[in-house]
Design a protein around this ligand. Sequence first.
Ligand code: AHR
Length: 655
Amino acid sequence: MNTKRFLVLLFSLLALAPAALPAAMVNVNAGQPGAPVNPAMWGVFFEDINFGADGGLYAELVKNRGFEFPEALMGWNKLSPAKAKGEVSVRNEGAFNAKNPHYVRVQSEGTDLLGVGNEGFRGIGLRAGEAYDFSVRVRVVAGTPKLTVRVYGGDGTVLDSIELKDFTGDWQKYSATLHPTETSAKSWLAVLVDGKGTLDLDFVSLFPQKTWKNRAGGLRADMVQALADMHPGFLRFPGGCIVEGSILARRYQWKNTLGPIEERPLLINRWNYEFLHRPAPDYFQSFGLGFFEYFQLCEDIGASPLPILNCGMACQFNSAELCPPEELNSYIQDALDLIEFANGTVTSPWGAKRAALGHPAPFNMKLLGVGNEQWGQQYIDRYAKFAEVLKARHPEVALVSAAGPSPDDDRFKFLWPKLRELHADIVDEHSYAKPAWFLDNAHRYDSYDRNGPKVFMGEYAAQSDYTVSVKNRNNFECALAEAAFLTGLERNADVVRMASYAPLFAHVDAWQWTPNLIWTDNLRTVRTANYHVQSLFAHNRGDRILAVGLSDLSPAEEKRFYASSTLDEASGQVILKLVNATVHESRTTVNLVGVGHLKGGTLTLLQADSQLAENTFDAPERVAPRTTAFAPAGTKFDLTLPANSLTIVRVGVAK
Ligand code: AHR
């Protein structure tokens, strides 16, 4: 405790009368803007975990639409009422597409409807008043039966029913639109043969017409909106461990994700079997959200693409399989081809493929990750080979290198000096730790080498219990600790160039990992307190760092009071972020040094009624920022910061 405070406290105790402590001083040097803040500083980490893509962002409502899961009828039921006579079987001769070999044959005696029903991804979310595009490949084997297609609500009510007919002996695609009469998050779909005869059925699909930008076969609009609302500077994709695969044969291969969706090879999702305590046997990657859709999404929401590619290493938590050195070139070639696919001219082989998919203009990719969460000399050897080729051919693309899964263990300490020697561009640090770690590490980057590689805090999330515990909560205590940490990233924005929370999405009925930034069910999204923290930093980024000095702090504030500041050049506003993570309100005096006078602005407050407060589907706004107008009288002004709160002040400044 400083002497002044100690004496005031002593005298007030002696007098047995309450006395006001001097306010904590926050001096902001607004007259001398420092290093620039990366415009793409605050971004998004996307991985197909927790049903983030299939069953999530990718709006397809039918699970296992092509009958290509190893158990061909997983997700499907045979629907055969008591009076129905006939047979439902899985076949693979004469498929409509050799890359999608399995289909269902329904042979019906015509005594009743007979067919298959799909359960969706933990149900199908349908909204009354909205339209849904149904499609199916059909071939007649015998007779002239029709097809009845129905959607049922969770309670068994028929929500809509349509009929398809006039099929031929050749595979054809048939489409129709369904209009459910009620909203239901737990609907299901039935495809039923009506009449005597035999039909082959494949690639059964149901999509909302209302997707993001109303693209047919597109992305779930509410989920993309939640991303767009964050103003993300970048979009990291496709992960995460999913990049690596548990074995190399199951790694993510971007070239498999282009072209007609029925030809994109299905892959078992590594989160299908990763956690014995959270198995998801029906979790597969259809790649409907593939690399073209990814680049398009980046463009839509104004985020710089940041793809992460496999570097010849499978997940080191799993097999740790390494590709033989002589095969590494094919991995490096994949990286070169990806750069050409994103940025190449339309006359280049991969640029032409991009143009053929409808996007002749380049996607302007400037970042590329080499490996996800790798470690050891084997990573350094591989990174060096990638860097040698990529830097020579594409110096305009900054490379992101791995620093292992922990922010401070032996693997991390081994990698950093090696990466520095290799003049790595940006090092990807990950931290899943207790809230106290985030509070204690707000000054972590103050002492980082200003001349070495830059930092990407590529995966961070405070864990209320412990990493991979199913008890972790997205509570306010975690969010506030993250806010304190983010002030440290912002103060050091000359070194820390980017940051993203991880994981991003989680389906309430299908998650493997918690906590997550955004929770979903089949119809809704919930933005967590953690979402609001990162979103507030992104919306209030600023362009140049302003130096902040703290003094006259109480003992509690010495430990748990945080501040950072930036200048927003376009609006001419100083932005000040203050985190009071003590249990008392904090009387604070802010002194903006180096400016003549202030104009009005705003004050945004994020606080909660409890440290355990969470946003839920029933109370989605329990923790949400509130912004009010704010007009301080002079360049020195007082604020009262509530206990456990994040306050963001924006004020215009003039000389
Ligand atoms: O975010 C979940 C997982 O955590 C990521 O896939 C991986 O990179 C990290 O271990």
